[in-house]
Design a protein around this ligand. Structure first.
Ligand code: MRU
Length: 353
């Protein structure tokens, strides 16, 4: 459905909308050409929407899954008011299987489960679960605003920055993690230009990040990932600023494939790396990044571009969609609880205590 037909303003902060007992997701696969919402009535369809990248980005996936649980609660408590928990539990398992790397998904489902545990069969679960999903959504926006200020304070003087993938309003409840810092820093006069990696194969950088920044009148230049080393060698870029899908207990950072390359190149050129992520992205149950499950997607995503086959017939492709940047290459992890400089296990434990 056209976003305009719903009387909902079309901007990146309105990508996840609870509207008349339905979940509306701005279809991120067709931006920036078209801004259209897809309406979701069942958790099965929400899980499929997450898998198919209608919504993507770690915090946004978590928020979406939480609303998916509300849809399941509506369904099961209507059909089976005295025995809704079993059906809802199966729906939650389905949501948990939608994508493996972003820990925010599992974190949000756990929060919804805590609410379910306070309820009895026969209770109406919908009001409390909707309240919890909306709290998860609003808390994420508040965390992004707080991180925006904390991250911007780390930037001295005016500089260009580079970012990878999309860690903006679209990837979160609103405002963004990495783009939240960039927005706050830009408002403070500290950002001369943002260089956005286009981010093969889904092109989140060109289709989403550049779109968001351009809408906010923040100067942005696209570049192919392979151009980052040349750019950083020329000077003028003060920070690499990225989001994360999961951070291990030792500070290792999983993020969109190519982040690791960028961090290596940045260290080589003396450019600092800032990772911006809410504490819902930190997984203290994993000692290090090599335990983070890395999603592999269809090779066809690499073998084609814009719906057109670009790989020769018979050629295969390797398509891991996240990588792990070792903590040693990260200068600062910015969370809503504070900044961890040169992260390690001890500092991460102190933050999360
Ligand atoms: O595959 P995606 O588009 O879900 O990957 C998103 C990213 O890697 C983002 O950079 C990450 O989730 C940080 S989002 C605030």
């Amino acid at each position: 459905m056209e976003a305009s037909s719903l009387n909902i303003s079309i901007n990146a902060d309105n990508a996840i909308v609870w509207h008349e007992d339905r979940l509306l997701l701005l279809d991120q696969r067709i931006l920036p050409e078209k801004a259209e919402f897809i309406g979701f009535d069942t958790p099965h369809l929400v899980a499929e929407g997450i898998r198919q990248m209608v919504v993507r980005g770690a915090p946004a996936i978590g928020i979406t899954a939480a609303y998916g649980v509300v849809l399941g609660a509506q369904l099961h408590s209507t059909v089976n008011p005295e025995n809704w928990k079993e059906g809802l539990s199966m729906d939650m398992q389905l949501l948990a299987q939608s994508r493996p790397t972003a820990v925010n998904l599992f974190w949000a489902l756990e929060r919804m489960q805590w609410v379910i545990d306070t309820l009895d069969e026969g209770d109406n679960p919908v009001p409390l679960l909707l309240q919890e999903a909306q709290a998860i959504h609003q808390e994420d926006i508040a965390a992004n605003r707080a991180m925006g200020e904390l991250g911007a304070a780390l930037i001295e003087g005016q500089t260009a920055v580079i970012t990878h993938c999309n860690a903006g309003a679209l990837a979160t409840g609103g405002y963004g993690t990495a783009l939240g810092v960039i927005r706050s820093a830009h408002r403070a006069g500290k950002i001369s230009r943002v260089f956005a990696d286009e981010t093969r194969p889904w092109l989140q950088g060109s289709r989403l990040t550049a779109w968001e920044l351009h809408q906010d009148s923040i100067p942005v230049s696209l570049l192919v990932e392979g151009a980052a080393a040349s750019l950083l060698s020329q000077g003028g870029v003060g920070w690499v600023i990225v989001g994360s899908d999961r951070i291990a207990a030792n500070g290792d950072v999983a993020n969109k494939i190519g982040t690791y390359n960028l961090a290596v190149v940045a260290r080589h050129h003396g450019v600092k790396v800032m990772v911006v992520a809410p504490t819902s992205t930190i997984d203290m149950s994993l000692a290090s990044g090599n335990q983070i499950p890395i999603e592999s997607r269809d090779p066809g995503e690499v073998l084609s571009c814009g719906g057109k086959r670009i790989g020769a017939d018979g050629v295969d492709a390797w398509n891991p969609v996240f990588d792990v940047t070792p903590a040693a290459l990260v200068d600062a992890i910015v969370t809503e609880r504070g900044v961890v400089h040169s992260p390690d296990a001890k500092k991460m434990a102190k933050l999360m205590a």
